[in-house]
Design a protein. Structure first.
Length: 257
């Protein structure tokens, strides 16, 4: 693990950017495939949400991008890729990065949970704890711990008008917000410059937009999503996430399609 740079002026205490050895988890592609074939970490009815913070400008990220693709095959996991912007200065502007992803990772870092920090690759599990995004063993351990936690779930039902109805099953106490996340299931990007120059790298379930559907008391249990809210031209699938406000823990998540 090598310290690359330290960023000041973020309002964060001692934020350090780390680059992880490109071999990452130390696993071959075949071994990563074995991870995906292992027993489900949770339930498809109440998947654990994994958010991968990655960058096209980070030479340590491709192993994590591959791991995310393998983990996404497990329906008990809801895998989301969130490309960040802060490595754009290394010679290549990430074509999928969003400032909102960078802001969310910084907000997670301020919580100070296990594995917290602003670095790539990083996987954050259910908006709580993080791990090096290419470390399959650590990510799996955190996912199993999250799956054992008593959590609500989201039941998704297609509506006649082309939209969906989302129902919260289980107890939710305190404030929460329901987010609609527009995703591109697969993106392959040829990278011309920077640390990954000359490579084409594939990404899974890339965030292309987010909308807050509701911010309500836990008394409300059902929400409607109109067909017009599912028309992001860059997205081909959607997910809903129930979370605490202000980058708080993720309580539940589910794919719409």
């Amino acid at each position: 693990m090598k310290i690359v740079a330290t960023l000041a002026g973020l309002g964060l205490a001692a934020i350090t950017f780390l680059a992880i050895n490109p071999s990452g988890s130390g696993m071959s592609d075949a071994r990563l495939a074995d991870v995906a074939k292992a027993a489900p970490l949770a339930s498809a009815d109440a998947p654990v949400v994994l958010e991968l913070f990655t960058s096209q400008g980070c030479s340590s990220c491709p192993p994590a991008d591959k791991l995310a693709a393998q983990l996404a095959k497990d329906r008990s996991l809801l895998v989301i890729t969130r490309p960040v912007t802060y490595w754009d200065r290394l010679g290549w502007k990430d074509t999928l990065a969003r400032e909102e992803n960078t802001a969310l990772q910084r907000a997670y870092a301020r919580k100070g949970n296990e594995g917290a920090g602003v670095y790539t690759p990083q996987i954050v599990v259910n908006g709580r704890h993080g791990a090096v995004g290419s470390n399959a063993r650590s990510v799996s351990a955190l996912s199993r711990d999250a799956a054992m936690t008593n959590r609500p779930s989201l039941a998704v039902t297609p509506a006649a008008n082309g939209g969906y109805t989302v129902r919260i099953d289980g107890k939710v106490s305190g404030a929460s917000e329901l987010m609609l996340v527009a995703l591109s299931a697969h993106e392959t990007v040829p990278i011309a410059r920077g640390e990954n120059g000359g490579r084409s790298i594939s990404y899974t379930n890339v965030v292309r937009g987010e909308t807050r559907l509701a911010s309500d008391s836990p008394a409300r249990r059902s929400f409607s999503i109109a067909a017009r809210q599912l028309r992001n031209a860059k997205a081909d699938r959607y997910a809903v996430i129930l979370r605490r406000p202000d980058a708080g823990p993720i309580l539940a998540g589910q794919y719409l399609r």
